[in-house]
Ligand binder design. Structure first.
Ligand code: DX5
Ligand code: ZN
Length: 227
């Protein structure tokens, strides 16, 4: 029996949206359907860039009922992860490379009432998750080095998705597999076919001439990967 949800989910990253018009971005995702909202939190330490924090998440929460998926690219994530849940995040993911106490942090996120995710950089093998599979609700595989939108997809990620999907089947644990970075029409179907359930897309949505159409086209490609 498959451990995967039937419908893949698209998580457009508001990092590529107009920060002065985030409410408009939320309306767009609501109209499109099939989306959650990917929120990239960067601290200028774990990654070179600085983006946004809890007050922005709280403001987004007031504007939408869509799931808010907060990807924390920060050092010492345990310090802030629960604050993000309290601010309205439904999903919170933390980098394995940033946290020597992942089990503790993931447990705290779940106890606060959100889905807990673990993120792996391109250089971190999926096999590092073997002793943790029951402690997260989703695993996020970075297909670019985190820090910026609009980078090129690292093709080796496809093999990581397959290996993680095999681990999920072997251990019979129903975690979701998410992929983030350089996702577009050219790789969406293949990623879902390989085992991904949630695809993050920044530039492919918000820098497209018609973002609504871009979402619909991406979702259509993703569904082909399940048929
Ligand atoms: C990169 C971020 C991504 C990024 C994706 O550090 O985690 O979520 O916004 O943007 P694209 O889809 O443009 O690569
Ligand atoms: Zn992200």
């Amino acid at each position: 029996m498959s451990l995967r949800p039937l419908e893949p989910l698209l998580a457009p990253s508001i990092l590529s949206a107009d920060f002065a018009r985030l409410a408009d971005a939320l309306r767009l995702l609501e109209e499109a359907g099939g989306c959650s909202v990917h929120v990239d939190v960067m601290d200028g330490r774990f990654v070179p860039n600085i983006t946004l924090g809890m007050p922005v998440v709280a403001a987004l929460r007031k504007e939408t009922r869509l799931p808010l998926d907060c990807h924390l690219m920060i050092v010492e994530p345990l310090k802030y992860a629960v604050e993000f849940v309290k601010s309205g995040a439904d999903w919170v993911s933390v980098h394995q490379e940033a946290d020597p106490h992942l089990h503790r942090t993931l447990s705290a996120i779940r106890a606060a009432g959100a889905k807990a995710g673990v993120v792996l950089n391109p250089a971190t093998p999926v096999e590092t998750l073997v002793d943790l599979v029951e402690d997260f609700d989703f695993a996020l595989l970075m297909s670019v080095n985190p820090g910026f939108g609009g980078q090129g997809f690292i093709p080796r990620t496809l093999d990581k998705v397959k290996r993680l999907d095999a681990l999920r089947t072997e251990r019979q644990t129903p975690f979701l597999i998410q992929v983030d970075g350089g996702v577009g029409l050219e790789n969406a179907q293949e990623l879902v076919w390989a085992g991904a359930d949630v695809l993050v897309a920044g530039n492919a949505v918000f820098k497209a001439p018609d973002p609504l159409r871009a979402i619909r086209d991406l979702l259509a490609e993703m569904r082909k990967g399940r048929s």
